[in-house]
Design a protein around this ligand. Structure first.
Ligand SMILES: Cc1cc2nc3c(=O)[nH]c(=O)nc-3n(C[C@H](O)[C@H](O)[C@H](O)COP(=O)(O)O)c2cc1C
Length: 194
């Protein structure tokens, strides 16, 4: 049995461990929790991409991401707020699947404060003259605006409210699958057949 096979021998402790790993993922760039995959719905298609985890709030079961307001993921979320986040941490043989609803915020006091904390390298991500994903004939067509105010207008905070957290942890002895369901009135936790 590996050292980590007992994350979920106690459901309460296992749940805390996952939220702790998520919180560590915000600051630990080497952690797989730092760069999960965010999937959004685009009509009858699914779009998945890597995104940096910026903040975690265990109390409200929220995750936070940053993106360009013009990006496909933001446009997808505005159309359909059902999203999932997925990651696999091989160190723990642990798959985490988060389900929930996302919300976009921009041009607010909160986004202004976050924006002012970003360095100029990060701000450049929001300065492309053309929208992210637009097709171009040549790399020379990638132009950046220099206006800080314009870049700020392109900056979006993505809130992700987790309604279900599912984990599968593999081990030589016994695979363990668990589910944590978060509703306004109650939180539930279950073991599942792996
Ligand atoms: C390691 C890594 C981290 C990334 N972090 C972000 C991020 O925090 N926010 C973001 O919008 N895109 C991020 N991206 C880029 C996205 O994966 C994606 O390519 C881009 O945002 C366009 O996605 P979309 O067209 O589906 O919206 C990251 C990509 C990589 C490889």
């Amino acid at each position: 049995m590996n050292n980590f096979s007992n994350f979920f021998s106690d459901l309460d402790k296992g749940e805390l461990k996952i939220w702790d790993l998520l919180a560590q993922g915000v600051v630990n760039k080497k952690s797989k929790f730092h760069t999960p995959t965010l999937s959004t719905i685009n009509g009858n298609m699914i779009n998945s991409r890597t995104i940096i985890l910026r903040k975690v709030d265990n109390k409200t079961k929220m995750l936070f991401f940053y993106s360009d307001s013009r990006s496909r993921k933001v446009l997808n979320i505005i159309q359909n707020n059902n999203v999932t986040v997925h990651l696999y941490e091989p160190r723990f043989k642990l798959q985490v699947q988060l389900y929930g609803h996302a919300k976009i915020e921009n041009n607010s006091e909160k986004t202004k404060n976050i924006w002012s904390s970003l360095n100029s390298f990060s701000k450049k991500n929001y300065l492309s003259a053309l929208s992210p994903g637009e097709k171009i004939d040549s790399l020379d067509n990638i132009k950046y605006n220099t206006d800080n105010e314009e870049a700020y207008c392109n900056f979006s905070l993505i809130y992700f409210k987790v309604t279900k957290l599912e984990c599968l942890q593999l081990s030589d002895i016994k695979n363990i699958r668990v589910e944590f369901v978060y509703t306004e009135s109650s939180n539930k936790k279950y073991y599942m057949v792996p």
